[in-house]
Design a binder for this molecule. Structure first.
Ligand code: BJW
Ligand code: ZN
Length: 240
């Protein structure tokens, strides 16, 4: 049996299928990934940009990077992989979708059961008070809080920051229920998200991986489908 058919059989037999996505699923929508040869970290040092320390030292630089990404993401549209997952939610195949992406493309494709573990690039939060706001226009300069005048920052999770406890609670409920997890387009290097599939595996569940490369998770995968998410997901859909 070929790998695609084996993956389709696992999906057909799944009682509670969840998905974990990473930057690779949005690559074919022209959102750059983080790592790899065209990754965002190739041009910028992660530790200069995606830490709370970097933001307190140079908020201007960090905002320039986020404004550049907001402008780019504003022009991007979901690809066939996002659309396939949205359809699977509608027809009941998929129970929930955990994404590390901040680009909002799963919601744009019509998915509603989305857990954004690293936040949302369009939501801003105050560095001092509890002010939050969501806008769809790229930020200009360093936005400040209308309540207390402190700097606003993107409501995303940076290195060294914990994922919000409400999000972690939601994730653990889903991981406990899951008997199959489909992992798409993540390098599986960043914790804690990289461990979510292993938690499903540890309770007897299955891991299916879709990626153009092998990752540290491939050894644990029941099926690894090598290729672009935007091509493989519609092919899988045809077999269901
Ligand atoms: C395709 C494709 C196509 C391409 N089709 N596929 C040791 C153990 C445990 C933890 C740590 C540790 N050392 C350090 C830590 C902590 C740290 C961590 O994991 N560091 C590692 C790098 C070592 N983690 C944290 O700090 C996290 N918090 C935490 O642990 O809290 C507890 C704690 C608190 C305080 C002290 C100590 C512990 C928070 C992590 C936050 C990550 N944030 C970012 C930025 C988000 C905001 C933003 O977007 O600006 O999240 S970093 C960046 O990486 C982003 C991504 O969501 C995340 C994951 O990247 P992803 O999605 O996997 O993308 P890539 O680019 O890496 O991979 C793309 C993949 O797609 C590749 O595999 C390609 O092959 C593939 N691909 N095209 C299919 N067409
Ligand atoms: Zn404030």
């Amino acid at each position: 049996m070929n790998h695609l058919q084996k993956a389709a059989d696992l999906l057909l037999n799944a009682e509670y299928l969840i998905v974990l996505t990473g930057a690779g699923i949005s690559k074919e929508s022209n959102v750059p990934t983080f790592r790899g040869k065209d990754g965002l970290w190739k041009q910028y040092n992660a530790m200069d940009l995606a830490t709370p320390q970097a933001f307190s030292q140079d908020p201007q630089l960090v905002w320039e990077w986020y404004t550049w990404r907001q402008k780019l993401i504003a022009t991007c549209i979901p690809n066939p992989a996002h659309h396939t997952l949205a359809n699977w939610e509608k027809n009941g195949t998929l129970k929930s979708l955990i994404t590390q992406n901040v680009d909002g493309l799963h919601r744009k494709a019509g998915s509603t059961k989305v857990i954004e573990v690293h936040g949302d690039i369009w939501t801003l939060k105050c560095t001092r008070c509890s002010f939050h706001s969501r806008k769809t226009e790229p930020a200009e300069g360093i936005p400040t809080c209308p309540t207390c005048n402190a700097n606003l920052r993107p409501d995303v999770v940076w290195f060294g920051e914990s994922l919000p406890s409400m999000i972690m609670d939601q994730i653990f409920v889903e991981l406990q229920k899951a008997d199959t997890i489909l992992v798409i387009g993540t390098s599986a290097l960043v914790q804690p998200a990289a461990s979510f599939p292993l938690l499903v595996k540890r309770q007897g569940g299955r891991i299916l991986e879709v990626n153009i490369e092998e990752t540290p998770l491939t050894f644990a995968a029941d099926v690894h489908l090598s290729g672009k998410a935007g091509e493989i997901l519609p092919q899988l859909d045809q077999l269901l």
